[in-house]
Design a protein around this ligand. Structure first.
Ligand SMILES: Cc1cc2nc3c(=O)[nH]c(=O)nc-3n(C[C@H](O)[C@H](O)[C@H](O)COP(=O)(O)O)c2cc1C
Length: 375
């Protein structure tokens, strides 16, 4: 199975199966002398891991990360610093229960990757879907924690803004709230509604989708490599590569269709710092594939979990028509844990573009305009 690596200068390779011994990632291209501890990576992993609340998969995985290589305890500063060599991170699987999957080992779950993996490789790991499981994303989240440290001052935050038919009220948006409820929802009232809604869905043995919004702040103007390495294109590819993602929007996204040119084009004025500022952000912080210096805003939609208790029509690998009902430990709404994954993918793409920009153009983007008449 090829293509387990993404990024150009900040390159991430993930490895491991859902119910194998361990999984993790190797990050190649991280600059040297960046302070990095396992505890910093753990913070992000803890927001993705299963078993955190009754609204996610009950698999009990501590997702404890170990740094195997690429850092060094620097005697002069007393800090753990990156060496510039490959950083290998490993997370052992503790609560694998491959037996849970015996009943569906030869039957394809509608909406899952069972059939396509079999059609392509002629072999698949049915234990929790092997490599098709979102457990793979633990490696990406770990890599994302490193990526966050590469762009100076970068802050990447995500929030669940819609669960099934229930939307947040954006006027109540409070980032602090995302740390106070189990849904990473920025609207306290909506989070309360999500609770009874998802509980009902779970009890029925069904599932729902979600929309997650990721906002990256302190992204300098100038990141992105037109024409075929546009920042928005690579963010969309990164988010689209997350399991169950079916749509990505940047800025006003599909909503831009109903806006007029006046409403959508972000007008410009000069800011107090002598740099241009925008009076809106329909562009989601990206114009012509290059960051504007405004927050980069991306949203992605995840589909309802395909492993559900409701019996579904399907076929098995011998071509027999049958029915399937998936028991075991599953997320009734995968969007909840996808928040940390979306943040990680955006951080990795931004780190990669920051390094690519530095390689081609230099350290910082300088404000290019001269005073009128200046030579
Ligand atoms: C955080 C997260 C958790 C997931 N948990 C489950 C799950 O418990 N059961 C399931 O059937 N799919 C789950 N998925 C989705 C599957 O991994 C995904 O639907 C499957 O690999 C097929 O790929 P596709 O939906 O991208 O086409 C999860 C996805 C994410 C992002």
């Amino acid at each position: 199975m090829s293509h387990n690596t993404f990024g150009h200068l900040f390159r991430v390779t993930t490895f491991g199966e859902s119910h194998g011994i361990a999984l993790g990632c190797v990050v190649d291209g991280c600059p040297p002398r960046i302070p990095l501890t396992a505890a910093e990576i753990q913070r992000d992993l803890d927001r993705r891991r299963p078993g955190q609340s009754k609204f996610v998969s009950q698999r009990k995985e501590p997702d404890q990360v170990r740094i195997l290589s690429g850092t060094f305890s620097d005697p002069s500063s007393g800090k753990e610093l990156t060496l510039g060599s490959p950083i290998a991170l490993v997370i052992e699987n503790q609560d694998a229960r491959p037996k849970d999957y015996d009943a569906i080992a030869e039957t394809y779950r509608p909406g899952h990757a069972d059939y396509t993996y079999d059609a392509k490789y002629g072999i698949r790991d049915p234990r929790g879907s092997g490599r098709a499981s979102a457990r793979e994303t633990a490696g990406r989240v770990a890599a994302g924690a490193i990526a966050r440290k590469i762009v100076p001052g970068l802050v990447v935050r995500g929030a669940l803004v819609q669960m099934g038919t229930k939307k947040i009220d954006r006027s109540r948006w409070d980032w602090d709230e995302t740390a106070r409820n189990p849904f990473f929802c920025p609207d306290a009232k909506a989070a309360g509604e999500f609770e009874s809604y998802i509980e009902d869905v779970r009890k029925k043995g069904s599932s729902v989708g979600a929309i997650i919004e990721v906002v990256a702040e302190s992204v300098p103007a100038g990141l992105g490599a037109p024409i075929y390495g546009k920042l928005d294109a690579e963010i969309a590819a990164g988010l689209m590569s997350i399991n169950a993602v079916k749509g990505v929007e940047i800025g006003a996204g599909f909503g831009a269709v109903t806006l007029s040119g006046e409403e959508n084009g972000d007008e410009m004025r000069m800011g107090d710092d002598g740099k241009p500022r925008f009076l809106g952000n329909s562009a989601g912080g990206i114009l012509g594939g290059i960051s504007t210096g405004q927050p980069v805003v991306a949203r992605f939609a995840v589909k309802p979990t395909s492993s559900i208790l409701t019996p579904r029509k399907t076929v098995d690998r011998y071509g027999r028509e049958t029915e399937i009902s998936t028991k075991g430990r599953h997320d009734p709404c995968v969007g909840i844990r996808a928040v940390a994954i979306g943040e990680a993918m955006v951080a990795c793409v931004l780190a990669d573009h920051y390094l690519r920009h530095r390689g081609q153009v230099g350290e910082a983007v300088s404000w290019p305009f001269q005073k009128p008449g200046a030579k």
